[in-house]
Design a protein around this ligand. Structure first.
Ligand code: ATP
Ligand code: MG
Ligand code: FE
Length: 344
């Protein structure tokens, strides 16, 4: 099916067009620059930016693909989870298009879309897989039996998301927002063994929190170290701290995810979300997965971060299975659970 997808859950306004697993358009506009001076996403600013970017981004997608809205089989839109005001802009746009052009409308889950997008890169999924979703707002291990109908949540963060931890620690180290890419870069010259930061929920806690994560204690450990060194009037090696922090996050993420794969007899692991860009994470994942006979699928960076193509990719799967469309009074759901692929 030919599907147009709209994404507006956070700071990216995205419009994608796919035919099945073939990517035809990937148009994107981001309001990140407007949030930088606040050190985090400001919801009101994001909503307004979506409003301004929506029509130009749609037009860019039509131009890129040569597809006209009249020709699409369906319209898919992120209906959650995300910022309510931001989601509303995308959903309103999708409803307007569906109504004006008499097209079926599908409200889909943003997190499932982060997984589905890999099909545009590496072809259709085949059988049971695991997915690790790591972004600014999410850290989850999923068991995916069917991307459109059957997703199980195996574990998640009990406090900060992985990307959030990167952003907070970057701030402690005086690096710009969003901090993930800066830590990644700076850590390349650092020694990850210079500091012994905690690996939360791995020791005895792992019985109760087998596939769960916690990053707030790690962030506090970095904060204490920085404060201590400053109080002592010492300078510390930012590269070493960044590398040691990054090693802790990536070590725990990959160890638990590979364990979840083995425990569930899964031989394919998909990694998605902005933190999938991290070089150390990719290194750990590939090394450990290879040892365990697991194939790692990571979509290219531009498809890992929020975009409209991922929404279209999931929409295409939903259409392919003949699932019923959403109603035109489709609500947004800021905390839509990852196990719910389609809007209620
Ligand atoms: P959501 O959580 O709803 O998907 P988001 O906008 O926070 O939304 P993404 O755009 O997928 O998610 O990812 C952004 C996050 O990824 C930020 O926290 C950023 O610091 C982090 N990130 C990006 N590149 C890297 C990197 N190379 N290393 C570590 N973290 C990174
Ligand atoms: Mg983003
Ligand atoms: Fe996302």
């Amino acid at each position: 099916p030919l599907v147009l997808g709209i994404e507006s859950s956070c700071d990216e306004t995205g419009v994608g067009i796919v035919r099945g697993t073939e990517l035809l358009a990937h148009a994107l506009s981001s309001s990140m620059e407007e949030h930088v001076r606040f050190g985090g996403i400001v919801p009101e600013v994001a909503s307004r930016a979506h409003l301004e970017a929506m029509v130009p981004t749609l037009e860019q997608a039509y131009a890129e693909s040569g597809v006209r809205i009249q020709d699409v089989d369906a319209i898919a839109v992120t209906s959650g989870p995300g910022l309510t005001g931001a989601l509303l802009v995308g959903v309103a746009a999708a409803k307007a298009l569906a109504l004006a052009h008499d097209k079926p409308l599908y409200g889909v889950n943003h997190l499932a879309a982060h997984v589905a997008v890999d099909q545009l890169e590496h072809g259709r999924f085949d059988g049971r897989m695991a997915a690790m979703l790591v972004s600014g707002g999410h850290t989850e291990i999923l068991l995916v039996d069917d991307i459109a109908t059957d997703i199980t949540l195996l574990g998640q963060t009990i406090d900060d998301a992985a990307g959030e931890a990167f952003d907070k620690v970057a701030r402690l180290l005086g690096l710009p927002y969003p901090g993930g890419p800066h830590i990644d870069r700076v850590a390349r010259d650092g020694d990850g063994t210079a500091y012994d930061f905690p690996r939360a929920l791995t020791g005895r806690d792992a019985e109760k929190y087998k596939y769960d994560f916690s990053f707030s204690g790690l962030k506090s450990a970095v904060a204490r170290l920085v404060q201590h060194e400053e109080r002592m009037g010492r300078t510390f090696n930012v590269a070493d701290v960044a590398a040691a922090f990054q090693d802790s996050v990536c070590d725990v993420l990959t160890k638990k995810t590979i364990a979840a794969c083995k425990d569930h007899d899964v031989d394919t692991l998909i990694i998605g979300g902005g933190v999938a860009a991290n070089a150390r994470l990719r290194h750990f994942a590939e090394e450990r997965a290879a040892k365990a006979g697991i194939t790692v699928r990571v979509p290219r960076l531009g498809l890992c971060t929020d975009n409209g193509a991922m929404v279209a990719a999931l929409g295409a799967e939903v259409v392919r299975r003949g699932l019923p469309p959403s109603s035109l009074d489709l609500p947004v759901d800021s905390s839509m659970p990852v196990t719910q692929v389609l809007a209620a």
